[in-house]
Design a protein around this ligand. Structure first.
Ligand code: FAD
Length: 507
């Protein structure tokens, strides 16, 4: 039975699981929407986890690559701390039992991805890294008696009193429940599921961001969304990812006439991810089709090098050794999130955030490939240390959930976000998106529209192009905007003299 003095983690991806294990042997509860290990981006991570473990590598080089990719907005101290901890993170996961891919001498096999100056991508099962790490962590968590796993509950709202967090309202098939706790860690993952085309699981819909926003926590870097340039274009909302490593192995991008449109770029198909995404987007805008051609390279090696991607293609009637693979850009990773300090603490007393839902400052305006799993492991551990040191508040008075619970319904908001927060943005479109969201907020009854509003507001304020945020009407960088941008529910309130009137925070 739940004990209100125990901390509560919401979310069972890599970030939540590492936090739970690192808190042991102290008791902690882990609340997940579905069954543990059945949902979340962590299971789908392909490329691997970045760490400076090669003999020619150094965490300082990894830090340099991370800072360069981050478009001037990555926090140097956080970058240094997390890249420095890279070798530890690999050792930690290996000690827990993760079978990383190794050569015949037992050394880690290290892959190369765009933006990295050294081979430093550690992987397991070829392109099944996320699933294999998750299986290892889940086994460990299930064997750890101090972790109470609560499955089948979707957190819907953070409850607080004047001193801070007092618990979480959650919904299951059995109805609404209240989980009292004065220490809550949000580890709810990303946002792709809100958008019309994404590599993320459909359930990654920014729920953690919305709960934090409604509770009054500042969000930061929201405008920076990474699009992956090579999602397999299956015409569905969730698109299978074809890892950058396939291009690293020599696959090229061509249009329907066989023209290699990135041939003249200095690094061709391995230009930074945002630039490749824009090049693909531009071809599609011109009514071309775009294909990944892996027939020559990796060619016959494809099934061995990329067994999971190969199986996904075959299931859709495409053999990468013989067929061109139709691709398009898709929302892949959110650099933005709940603002946290280096211990994962948010602005709300008793609330921590970790993993993709949080913005530590590691990524700045753009994420270096395979840095997110690293961040989830290192920050998961640090959040647990911070929790251990935090004073536990006496039992909270509130003992029942607030009613009614906020809805996470997001269909119309997702369409608006898809139109305005694409690979290439424009002020005119962002303004009309704000109007549409305003209508949704006042008449549509979707709290998700409020998240959409502050998100689009952030993109509108950033009247420049930096990292993953590209404005057609402001294609250059503005040195005056070389800072991170914080937004909160107060931005909405400041623009609406009638305050929250008309905002259905609970529906
Ligand atoms: C296809 C794909 C490939 C990727 N490849 C790589 C890679 O190679 N390397 C890399 O570094 N990164 C990669 N990434 C990114 C990386 O996988 C994610 O950033 C990372 O796994 C996020 O981990 P997380 O623990 O924060 O969230 P997730 O793994 O998404 O877990 C979120 C958890 O929260 C739960 N949850 C959500 N909302 C609620 C709620 N309201 N109530 C209760 N539970 C809730 C979910 O059920 C889930 O258990 C990839 C992402 C995708 C989509």
């Amino acid at each position: 039975m739940s004990d209100s003095s125990q901390p509560l983690i919401v979310g069972g991806g890599i970030a939540g699981l590492v936090a739970a294990l690192s808190f042991a042997p102290r008791p902690i509860r882990l609340l997940v929407r579905g069954r543990l290990g059945h949902e979340g981006s962590s299971l789908w991570a392909q490329g691997g986890i970045a760490a400076a473990v090669g003999s020619d590598d150094d965490p300082a080089l990894h830090a340099d690559d991370t800072l360069r990719t981050g478009g001037g907005l990555a926090d140097p101290l956080i970058v240094q701390r997390i890249t420095q901890a890279g070798p530890w993170a690999i050792e930690y996961l290996a000690t827990l039992g993760t079978p990383f891919d190794r050569n015949t001498q037992g050394e880690l096999e290290l892959g190369l991805e765009g933006g990295h100056s050294r081979h430093r991508i550690v992987h397991a099962g070829g392109d099944a890294t996320g699933r294999i790490i998750m299986e290892t962590l889940i086994r460990r968590v299930r064997d750890t008696p101090s972790v109470e796993i609560i499955e089948g509950f979707e957190a819907r709202a953070l409850e607080q009193d004047e001193a801070g967090i007092v618990g979480v309202t959650a919904e299951s098939t059995g109805g609404v429940s209240f989980f009292p706790s004065s220490q809550v860690i949000l580890a709810t993952g990303g946002v792709g599921g809100l958008f019309p085309a994404t590599t993320n699981p459909g359930g990654s819909r920014g729920q953690g961001l919305l709960m934090a926003l409604l509770a009054g926590a500042p969000l930061i870097d929201l405008e920076f969304i990474q699009f992956h340039p090579t999602a397999l274009d299956t015409g569905t909302q969730t698109l299978p990812l074809i890892s950058e490593a396939v291009r690293g192995d020599g696959a090229i991008l061509v249009d329907e006439n066989g023209i290699r449109f990135l041939a003249d770029a200095p690094q061709a198909e391995l230009e930074p991810r945002d630039q490749v995404a824009r090049a693909v987007w531009l071809q599609l805008q011109k009514d071309h089709r775009v294909f990944l051609d892996a027939r020559k390279h990796p060619g016959a090696d494809f099934p061995v090098r990329f067994p999971s991607i190969h199986a996904v293609c075959l299931a859709r009637g495409l053999d990468p050794r013989k067929d061109l693979l139709p691709v398009c850009p898709a929302v892949h990773y959110h650099m933005g999130g709940i603002e946290v300090d280096q211990a994962g603490r948010t602005a709300i007393s008793g609330l921590w955030a970790v993993g993709e839902v949080a913005a530590t400052g590691l990524h700045g305006a753009n994420r270096l490939a395979s840095n997110s799993l690293l961040e989830a492991v290192v920050s998961g551990h640090e959040v647990a240390q911070s929790l251990k040191e935090a004073p536990v508040r006496p039992r909270a008075n509130r003992a029942s959930p607030s009613q009614p619970v906020p809805s996470f319904e997001s269909r119309s908001v997702g369409a608006i976000l898809g139109r305005s927060l694409g690979v290439v943005r424009e002020g005119k479109e962002l303004k009309s998106a704000l109007d549409a969201l305003e209508t949704e907020i006042r008449h549509g009854g979707q709290p998700m529209a409020l998240l959409g509003w502050v998100w689009v507001w952030a993109a509108l304020q950033r009247s420049e192009s930096r990292g993953a945020h590209f404005r057609k009407d402001h294609p250059g960088q503005d040195p005056g905007l070389a800072h991170r941008q914080r937004v909160s529910i107060e931005d909405w309130q400041a623009h609406h003299p009638d305050g929250e009137k008309g905002v259905p925070l609970r529906s």
